[in-house]
Design a protein around this ligand. Structure first.
Ligand code: ATP
Ligand code: MG
Length: 911
């Protein structure tokens, strides 16, 4: 095999010289199936990257022969980056991607043979839920009882296990045929039948819409490889080396995909001999597979991850070899000991040896707060201290939590402390309503069969096309076995429509037809298509004329979308609108993280799930309480609890030098303050590893002391509760004085940010046990520092991440601090900056709904008149109240009920 001229040749020494013997062996291993199974931080990802470089420069493979799979786009970009430094720019065009991205590429190229036309839509969960809701409503199912989300969850499980709808339907509702109307369920409540019918119909509709959902990307690729031997052959010959990181989180479908891509079960493999000079994966026979993972870090069971994939690797792949890595290069011994101690509590795992040469390091620091606010304030204070006193960069610190909702109080505390941070996760940019609306236009233009997206925008912005108009088009589409788009384009052929509806539908048809034409002419310029859509659809004008401050930030999001498209266009040689839409469909939380080596200058906040594979010098694990972490669902379920424990293991092992564990004694859940017990995972960490800055929350102490009637007894009572009464506080001889380090905190926080300063309160109040930890003291300092100023804070801002650059007025900037500044940090509420309406005349005036007027006059109506309403359909006028501009008309809409409507704003028409 010839060497690719673009690949920098690397000597063996360069590639394995700085690795330990097991790592080196794994990099160089020759054989069809290799599992690198090892604990956290042992260099698995590093070895995988080196192995790719090794395969290229030592095995002489072509870059196109390698398929490397990572868990996130972010990890893929990072791996490509590292590869580029090892082997040169060729890395940029290699297939290093997530399962989903690789499958999109395969389906775009070869999906025709399973009926996918190019330009197919990729539905995210919101789109899918919408489709399920449409279907369920048609079947007269109660969507409150059978929620679209739960139905989709079931469908997703089935897909992850590669159970096809045909099979499931045959088993549970064999009398149903997809596309069939008016189907009656045998007996209500037969959940399996409902799932079977909805699954079948959902697939049918996806097919009609030329769309796939996320799970389909994998499942349909498997289907393609199984059904089309030519395609399978092509990929078998193409990919000679397949490497998968984080293999413990693959689901069954992904497992099968790897097998199919590698051709493990292909007939040709039976008698294949390695080609080339016999030492490497040759032109025939299955591809060589390398998988890397740690069964103790499997944390995606809820998405179908199957830990058995890694446990059974040796049985699944013939002649498999396992190499264990035992040295951890990431963390101190203290951190590793804690992680090991926690994970040993899981049953049925193979014990692992994991050691580090880093030395013992600092003790883990623990803190028990009274409530979530205080916990957050303490964390923010400690971060300020580490930054000010020890010079630790903000970007070297991360705060992790179990659920996104926990970020709120942490964000507030950081804002009050004037500490820059970035939040990863939460409502994603592409999930925001206005962004999704704009994308729905684009999607419908690229893929006219996409009914779900076209129906979404029929009345967005509002143009008087309600359920009724939608129903008319739908009927026509059904009658003609055609798409919604087709029906729209043939609106002139539809008879018996109220004139108003007909006019409005025609206007919408003209809009879509002209946008469609524009799209075809400007396909290579997605940003121009975005601009045209925003402009002609009225989406932009609608927000511009709004007086709602949130709409200003929505407007900025749309501007950001256009910038993102422009950016995509610049960096993608063969940019197309479909290509751009793909990038928007496959974004994950982790993609919002700054690039490696880039100093964001900000503390990172994220969930434990997002933290997988990452590392930080300082990590705060917050919310270590029963019911928070482990999650309440896991408390009675052994396998869920094991999964939570693996998540704890992941969290602990993200820390390189310092680990903090914190908890709150009281946390609000569903609007109610609940007492929280310490997490059992805290108990599982050996006591001697933890330096408790505050072991028991004030409220707990009070409870305990009262109970024992020794409230003010110098803590003798509660000391006994803990075997190591002397360890907490470390230096202090008594509780009081060790927190009395309040003075230490107090002064240092004071200098870092004016808002803290509550440090001194701990000292004093811990002694008396009085309730002086009132939330009011936190953050009351009102630092006056402006959140986000210069820092852009959320990652869509100036951080230069994918949504970042492009528009100077970027999202997240410009918010000046104020007492209530935290309100501006979340979701679409980031900025209150008003954007001046674009020039262009009358529409720039703010219009509230009450200013509207449809020019209908109450005098023109009489009882008994027939009217049509956009939403409720045909009705009969039953009452009239003449109140001038505020006249009210009451209409009986039959099954839709009797409605009182303000005439001037009612979308009705007299027949
Ligand atoms: P995780 O289980 O979290 O995915 P991992 O096993 O993939 O971890 P890596 O992220 O590859 O581990 O490595 C952990 C850290 O140790 C990284 O900073 C890496 O650069 C470093 N490292 C790994 N091997 C070596 C080595 N031989 N010499 C020096 N540093 C190393
Ligand atoms: Mg890794």
């Amino acid at each position: 095999m010839q060497q690719d001229p673009d690949v920098i040749a690397r000597t063996a020494e360069e590639l394995v010289g700085d690795l330990n013997p097991q790592q080196g062996e794994a990099v160089q291993y020759q054989g069809p199936a290799l599992l690198i199974g090892a604990g956290a931080g042992s260099g698995k990802t590093r070895v995988l990257t080196r192995r790719i470089a090794w395969i290229l420069s030592q095995f002489g493979a072509w870059p196109s022969q390698i398929l490397a799979i990572t868990f996130t786009n972010k990890a893929a970009a990072e791996m490509r980056e590292r590869l580029a430094t090892l082997i040169g720019p060729v890395a940029q065009r290699m297939w290093v991607s997530t399962f989903h991205s690789a499958c999109v590429r395969i389906l775009r190229r070869d999906g025709q043979s399973i009926g996918l036309k190019s330009g197919f839509s990729i539905y995210d969960s919101a789109d899918s839920e919408r489709l399920i809701k449409i279907i369920a409503t048609e079947f007269n199912l109660d969507v409150k009882r059978y929620t679209p989300r739960s139905i989709l969850g079931k469908i997703s499980d089935l897909k992850n296990n590669l159970t096809g709808w045909q099979e499931y339907l045959a088993a549970h509702a064999p009398d149903f045929t997809p596309g069939q109307r008016g189907y009656q369920f045998g007996h209500a409540g037969d959940l399996e039948a409902i799932h079977a019918v909805l699954y079948a119909e959902y697939e049918h509709r996806l097919g009609l819409a030329n769309a796939v959902d996320f799970d389909d990307l994998i499942g349909r690729t498997v289907e393609l490889l199984r059904k089309d031997p030519q395609v399978a052959d092509y990929y078998h010959h193409r990919f000679r080396y397949i490497l998968v990181d984080e293999y413990q989180d693959t689901n069954h479908a992904q497992y099968v995909l790897v097998r199919e891509l590698a051709g493990v079960d292909a007939r040709e493999s039976a008698d294949a001999t390695p080609g080339g000079n016999g030492r490497f994966a040759g032109k025939t026979g299955p591809a060589w597979i390398t998988v890397v993972g740690d069964s103790d870090q499997s944390i995606y069971a809820f998405r179908g991850a199957d830990i058995r994939n890694i446990q059974d690797f040796e049985q699944d792949f013939p002649n498999a070899k396992t190499i264990m890595l035992e040295q951890n290069y990431r963390s101190t011994q203290t951190i590793l000991d804690a992680a090991n101690a926690v994970i040993t509590n899981n049953e049925g795992r193979k014990p692992k040896k994991l050691w580090t040469a880093m030395g013992k390091g600092e003790p883990i620091v623990g803190y028990a707060a009274d409530n979530a606010q205080q916990e957050a304030a303490w964390v923010a204070g400690e971060i300020a201290r580490l930054h000010a006193e020890e010079g630790i960069a903000y970007s070297d610190m991360a705060i992790m939590y179990r659920a996104n909702a926990q970020s709120r109080s942490l964000e507030e505390a950081l804002i009050n402390g004037g500490e820059p941070y970035q939040l990863v996760g939460g409502t994603k940019f592409y999930e925001r309503r206005e962004v999704k609306d704009a994308l729905a236009y684009l999607q419908a233009l690229v893929n006219p069969d996409d009914d779900v997206n076209l129906r979404r925008i029929l009345n967005v912005p509002k143009r008087g096309l309600g359920d009724r108009a939608e129903g008319i088009l739908l009927n026509y589409a059904r009658e003609h076995g055609a798409s919604f788009f087709y029906a729209l384009m043939h609106v002139d052929e539809i008879q018996d429509m109220p004139t108003r509806t007909a006019n409005q539908l025609r206007a919408f048809r003209d809009l879509m037809a002209s946008l469609s034409q524009f799209t075809r002419a400007h396909d290579a310029k997605p940003s121009e298509v975005v601009a045209e859509v925003l402009d002609k659809s009225g989406l932009r004008a609608d927000l511009e004329k709004s007086v709602d401050p949130q709409d200003a930030s929505r407007l900025e999001n749309l501007s950001q979308l256009q910038s993102t498209a422009a950016e995509f266009e610049q960096k993608t040689p063969d940019a197309t609108l479909a290509g751009f839409l793909e990038t928007t469909a496959l974004v994950a939380d982790s993609d919002q993280l700054p690039d490696e080596g880039e100093d964001s200058g900000k503390v990172t906040l994220m969930t434990l799930h997002t933290a997988k594979g990452l590392e930080y010098p300082v990590v705060f694990l917050t919310g270590m309480e029963q019911g928070t972490f482990p999650h309440s669902r896991a408390m009675e379920d052994i396998s869920e609890l094991s999964e939570e424990r693996r998540l704890a293991y992941v969290g602990i092992t993200r820390a390189k030098r310092r680990l903090y564990v914190t908890r709150a004694a009281v946390r609000s859940q569903w609007g109610q303050a609940s007492d929280m017990m310490p997490s059992q995972f805290l108990d599982e960490i050996p006591d001697e590893l933890v330096d408790w800055k505050r072991r028991e929350a004030g409220v707990e102490r009070m409870r305990g002391a009262w109970g024992r009637d020794e409230f003010d007894d110098d803590f003798g009572g509660w000391d006994d509760d803990f075997s190591s009464g002397t360890t907490f506080g470390g230096s202090g001889s008594s509780y009081g004085s060790s927190y009395g380090s309040g003075s230490r905190y107090g002064s240092s926080y004071g200098s870092g940010s004016s808002s803290y300063g509550s440090g001194s309160r701990y000292g004093g109040s811990s002694r008396s046990g009085s309730g002086s930890y009132g939330g009011s003291s936190y953050g009351s300092g009102s630092s006056g520092r402006s959140y986000g100023s210069g820092s852009g804070s959320r990652s869509y801002g100036s951080s230069g991440s994918r949504y970042g650059s492009g528009s100077g007025s970027s999202y997240g900037s410009g918010r000046s601090g104020s007492g209530s500044s935290h309100g501006g940090t979340r979701g679409g509420k980031v900025t209150t900056r008003r954007v001046a309406p674009k020039s262009g005349g009358s529409s720039a005036q703010p219009v509230s709904s009450l200013d509207k007027d449809n020019q209908l006059n109450i005098a023109d109506f009489s009882i008994g008149d027939k009217v049509t309403h956009d939403k409720f359909g045909l009705g009969t006028v039953v009452d009239l109240q003449d109140k001038g501009r505020n006249s009210v008309i009451t209409v009986d809409f039959g099954s839709a009920g009797t409605k009182r409507l303000m005439l001037r704003v009612a979308p009705i028409e007299k027949l």
